[in-house]
Structure formats: C-alpha cells, structure tokens
Design a protein around this ligand. Sequence first.
Ligand SMILES: [Ca+2]
Length: 418
Amino acid sequence: MSKRRKAPEMAAPSRWPLVIGSFAAAVAAGFLIYAAGNARTEPSKPAQDEANVVAGKTADKQAPTSAASAECCDPPSIKQAKAAPDLGPRLPDPAVAGVPDAGEIEPTEVRDEKPAESAPEGMLWIPPGKYSMGSAYEPFGDARPIHTVELDGFWMDETPVTNRQFAAFVEATGYVTIAERKPKAEDFPGVPEENLVPGSLVFMPTDGPVPLHDYAAWWAYVPGASWRHPEGPESSIAGRDDHPVVQIAWFDAEAYAKWAVKRLPSEAEWEYAARGGLTQKPYVWGDEFMPGGQFMCNSWQGRFPYQNTKQDGWTRTSPVKSFPANKFGLYDVAGNVWQWCSDWYRPDYYAESPAKDPQGPIDSFDPNEPGITKKVQRGGSFLCSDQYCSRYLPGGRGKGALDTGSSHVGFRCVRSGR
Ligand SMILES: [Ca+2]
C-alpha cells in the first residue's frame, strides 16, 4: 500500500517525492495552496522521458499569458491551427521516431464474433482478436518489447465515466472518495494536525517558462479539491455533467466498477480497444495528428505549462464525445483524461507478458519511486502535447499510486463478454 497523495505519473505525481519529498513533506513545508479565489484553473500532470527531452529549453521571452479560463468553448478551426506559434523544441515526430528492434509487429486481427447478449447500456462490443501491443516510439522505453497479445471479446464503456454517472454512484451508495477523506495522522508522521486536510492534486499553469523537470512548479496539493471540486473548493462541476469525472483514485474507480457490475480494463484490453483494429499507427485514429485539419482529441496547444492556446477548444477536460470516435466507436481514448487500468505497473513487464489475455505483473515497481506501488493508467490527458508529454499516443503508458487522483485522471470500465 502506498502513501497517500502521490501524483499520477506523466505529471508531477510519481516524481513528486523527488521534487518536494512526498505529500507529507509537501504539507510540512507549507506547500498547500488554497484554491479559493484562485483564477488559475488548469489541472494535469507531467511525463518523465518527455521532460528530459525538453527540460529547461523553453526559457524564451514570450510574454506569459493569463491562465486558462474555466470552461472554454471556442470551436477549433484550421485557420487557428495554422496560426499556431512556434513551440520551440518538440518531442520526436511519432510517425518517424521509432527505435530499431522494438519487437515483432504482426497485423492486427479482429475476429467477427458477435456477443450472445445484447449491449449493456453505454457499452460497445470489442470483438476478440490479437494485436501487437507496445510502441517503437523512442520516448516510450517502458512500452517495449512490442509483443503480440490475444484477447477474448469484451464490453467497454463508450466513454470515460462522466460526472453525471459518478454522481449517480455516489447518490446510490454514499461513497466518499479518497480525496474527500481526511488523511490519517499515522500515514504522515510529523505532519501538523492542521495540515491533515482532505484534498487532491491540481494542475496550475505557471506564469511563464519553467524547467520542464520541475513538476512542483505546476502541481499543487489543493485542500478541498475533489471530484465535486476538480480545481479546488471554489470550482465545481456545474455545467460539466458530461465531462469525465476526475480526482479519482484507483480505489475510487474500483469501487464504482464493482457497483456497476463491471471491472477496470486490463492494460492489454485498453490498448487493443484504443487502437481500434489498426496496426501500430502513431495515433489511435491513424497516421496524422490533424487529418483534414481536424483536431481528433483534447490535448494541449501552446507552450507547456504556461500558455494554452486551446486551439482544440478546451483548456481542461472536454465533454465526452467532443472529438471523433475511433474505429471501434470508442470516444476519448486519447487525451482528455488518463484512465485507470487493473494492472500493476512495471516497466519490464512486456518482456515476460503472456500471449493470451495478460493481466499484468504480480507486483509493482517504478524505478522513479521504488517504494510506491502503482497501477497503470492509459490514454494521456488534455495536458499532453508534442512539446512535453506525448503519452496520449496509443502505446504510451502512465502510472499512478492507487490512492492518488488528480485533476486529469479518470477511468472507464469494461465487462467480460458473454
Ligand atoms: Ca485542449
């Protein structure tokens, strides 16, 4: 069991302790930031490998923009996209930046087998098949070797679980999420009682360029932040019924899944579903980031973490189904919010994964935080960009401590096929 309040990977979380010495240290150091009246709104998390690529290289003199406004609505346009400013150093182009010997790639096979039962509400049938799991994309060192995996058919939620759906769960069960519970003193020895307050991690854009290895610059533990108040106590989910629920710890997602008579997907199921029958394409929709000039997912445009030009229309989460579905009909399998899986995280698991229905390793290990047990997250978030975090690409892996949510982590569920 991990300590509370570790941030999810890909963003500040797993490196959090390295930066500020764990949540407990953060609290002790007075790192708490009360969001009341705070106009800044962006939530999210950073990635490791990507950070190393561009760390410290964005210190240009561009004037900082005011942080994103709460909800945004400007429709994206080709004209806006083409007017995008120079971002400076970028991550390698996913279409060409493959490493040699990443593993054998076999064509994806999707078998035309129908389920015996009719579709559960809000779920889609993902046919049985096999595919090459993993990625040759150079920054994704933990997504190799590429290996072929065979899966039975299963049902998957068409979208991430929304605020409306999670509210129904809470209404029916009285469930209280981890972010809403008071941290226990025994988990945080030496921390003053007054600092043991419920809360969660919130992304806050900086006022200007910062070194991209310094997660603490844009992540804050905000008392009062929870799924009901994603950016802190002054924020709310009013008007966001159809947005993915966020500030969800793995335990919260697991509790919802059991209530819904579903389960969290295995990592192999999640990637198979997200790829939609395509074979090792750089994006879940195909070969280009913007086919026909159209944004295909909610990611970050501009200079991370201080300038979000929201050319895709959204500075934070977007309503589910705001962007096109993939070839299986699934929405939001890239960007928007990270989604919890059932697998433990280990960077070396792919070398020993079974070929049939892998369920993940028997334990967890993250070399960046050896003492913290973590589960896999998939899909990237609205904070991903080609400048900083590219783990919205289909092979990208994230991870997070089981008791830690953040403002860009949600989930979706599956159900075994019948
Ligand atoms: Ca966006």
